[in-house]
Ligand binder design. Structure first.
Ligand SMILES: [Ca+2]
Ligand SMILES: [Ca+2]
Ligand SMILES: [Ca+2]
Length: 378
């Protein structure tokens, strides 16, 4: 019998995998079926149980200790659940591992690449940032120049924009303190819509500080830098796609939510509404047709997305010979860069939906067409 990393050496059974025996992870493998409490077991764990496993099932050390060996044994009340962030997950907890036990919005085990479930891992390496006159039919704005090589460390980025229900959880957890509502008349703010069906739409009408607060306190990360956002949309060297899905075709409603109606006052978004919501649910498209190079959703359109960088139309000029992990920390006018275009961009504004386009906004504005997603270090 070979279960749970067990190797039988003569009459000695030695558990070789710490993952076999999570609750005693700090003191080594618990293969001591003597019925002692975990604390007692820990003291004798250096002496592997001489009895064949399964022969003694008075073990009070629970399924979480010896799930493969002592099936049916109930949980050991003496095994403490360590749960720093009170999300129910953590070492020794009934719900299992916690990819970040200091971030309440991160639950469950990490993926093998170090990212939480639902996040995309972008490997370290270089990509081409910015627009290049003469390529892709031109279509460059001056603030997108010059195209330059950027090398990034590995990072994790959320697959989708942050939704209303996700933001509400942070509010209910007491860690998000903003009020993502319109400051003027904007019927497209999802937070206050009476229609509860908007919970899976992106949170919008959030200002920059509220967005960064969510990423930091709830998810243990930050807003992505412009470079991180653009690489995730565009792809690694030598990929230099124009839109998240490629250079062609032009945006349409099978790939992104933009103002197909062509006139904002007459309606917005692919649903062409004049009263909200103009957004789509964050994972609305059931195909991968609109996915980015790394499989992210909504990188073009729906809501545009706050980034960590201060606004600057000349920052790229500092990187003409290449940059590593760039981030513009010079406040300038205090604005922050926003990426990706939105439901408010008309058919005459398709260039705004390109992966290289950038627009700087006053950080305190709350707009129906601006939301965000977060990044973390793997
Ligand atoms: Ca936890
Ligand atoms: Ca957690
Ligand atoms: Ca978006």
């Amino acid at each position: 019998m070979l279960r749970c990393g067990l190797i039988v050496l003569g009459i000695l059974a030695v558990a070789t995998s710490a993952g076999c025996d999570r609750a005693s992870g700090t003191t080594g493998n618990d293969n001591n079926d003597n019925g002692n409490s975990l604390a007692t077991d820990a003291a004798v764990d250096a002496s592997p149980d001489a009895r064949p496993d399964g022969a003694v099932d008075a073990d009070v050390d629970a399924a979480i200790l010896d799930a493969g060996m002592d099936a049916g044994v109930t949980a050991d009340a003496s095994v403490a659940c360590s749960d720093n962030d009170s999300d129910g997950y953590g070492p020794g907890c009934a719900l299992g591992a916690d990819c970040d036990d200091n971030a309440p919005g991160i639950v469950g085990a990490c993926q093998t690449n170090g990212c939480p479930q639902g996040w995309v891992h972008i490997p370290a390496g270089s990509f081409q940032m910015g627009c290049n006159i003469g390529e892709l039919g031109g279509d460059c704005f001056s603030h997108e120049l010059p195209r330059h090589t950027v090398t990034l460390s590995a990072y994790c980025l959320q697959t989708t924009e942050v939704s209303v229900v996700e933001y509400r959880a942070c509010q209910n957890g007491g860690l998000c303190t903003g009020t993502p509502t319109e400051t003027g008349t904007n019927s497209f703010c999802n937070w206050t819509q009476a229609d509860a069906g908007l919970e899976d739409h992106p949170i919008n009408c959030v200002d920059w500080a509220e967005s960064q607060q969510y990423c930091q306190t709830w998810l243990g990360g930050d807003l992505p830098t412009e470079a991180q956002w653009e690489k995730a949309a565009r792809g690694a060297d030598p990929d230099q796609r124009k839109y998240p899905w490629g250079d062609t075709p032009l945006p349409d409603c099978t790939r992104c939510n933009y103002d197909v109606n062509g006139a904002y006052t007459a309606g917005a978004g692919c649903s062409s509404v004049s009263v909200g919501p103009a957004t789509w649910p964050v994972d609305n498209l059931q195909t991968s047709d609109g996915d980015s190079a790394y499989g992210l959703k909504g990188m073009a359109g729906n809501v545009a997305e706050w980034t960590l960088d201060y606004g600057s139309s000349t920052f790229y000029s500092q990187c003409t010979s290449g940059c590593t992990d760039p981030l513009n920390t010079t406040p300038g006018t205090g604005r922050r860069e926003v990426r990706g275009g939105s439901y408010a961009n008309t058919t005459a504004e398709l260039l705004i939906l390109r992966v290289v386009e950038r627009s700087a906004y006053t950080p305190t504005v709350r707009l129906g067409n601006i939301g965000f997603r977060c990044r973390r270090t793997p």
